[in-house]
Design a protein around this ligand. Sequence first.
Ligand SMILES: [Zn+2]
Length: 383
Amino acid sequence: MRPRKGSKAICSRCHQPARGYDQLVERRFEFIPFWGFLVFLLYSMRRVDCRRCQAVVVEEVPWADGKRTLTKAYMLFLARWARRLSWKETAEAFRTSRDKVFDAVEHVVTWGLEHRVLGQIDAIGVDEIQYAKGHKYLTLVYQIDLGVTRLLWVGKERTIESFQGFFTAMRKDVISKIVFVCSDMWEPYLKLIRKNCSEALHILDRFHIVANMNKALDNVRAEETSRMRREGRAPILRKSRWLLLRRSENLGADQHFRLRDLLRYNLKTVRAYLLKEAFQQLWEYNSPAWAGKFLDEWCHQTMRSRIEPMKKIARSLRNHRELILNYFRAQKLLSSGVVEGLNNKAKVTMRKSYGFRTYRVLELALYHSLGKLPEPDSTHDFF
Ligand SMILES: [Zn+2]
């Protein structure tokens, strides 16, 4: 390629035409491969002596940005594929390196974050996912409005500082208009939400409550199983784990039969199971008042059960009673199932970018697949 005759080069700093200075040696820019053939654009970059910037600067070209050797069209092309395939597969399919796929995604995501429109955000959900062994977590904030669900923000770690980062990164007027916040019972989250969105209705995440209860039940079962083994009793709880943790309507016919058989025994595990199942009724209520009554009754009963892990749940539910009832005050409009669904997608994304599991890669991959970011315009559209 050659510059148009007599055309003035554009300064890459101030984006204005400027006086020519000299020409650099020819550079190769990678373009989208055609039918398996690699395609390069060859061009000698010009330098300008810019009066505005008072410096000799390399010119700006429309097909590439400063340092990268990939053309913008190729980066957009690779980035689009990297959303469908794993990054490794993308690199293999187009005979390029994973570093170049990384560059491509970084370019597209950076552009997208700079150009995205936040608009009015009604509801957000906060959650965390583990991304590496040794308690390495990411904090994720999603927009969960009825019409729009997308990832808004990724934070390293699961700390007060990381979550505060979200409130700092977003504009104040966006934050102050948030009406609903969904999150689990982690105390630092609750505090920050109260501080930053004092007007918002905070809804405790239904999914997390159920998950905590399942964990408690599982502890009871594990403890009782080993106690029965020590006492030499018949191993009736063996292989009961999934029978107890799954919702009863999701069990097959013979699993139902086994469960019914198990429920005849007077075991702590069975009593904990029945408490857990009874609790599900809470979500059927429409009125906050009746839901509150049910919740109080359930906690009262559980506190007398002498099953410590379940009592612990009851105590925590009592402490967060108002937040739980907010779920009914919001008329169940926002189901935390949305957050759960997004989190599952996030986990799939993490698996796809597996192979270079650094924080930066994950951050980019998550924004790329869940952020619904705008894409840079392309001079060449092929699909
Ligand atoms: Zn300039």
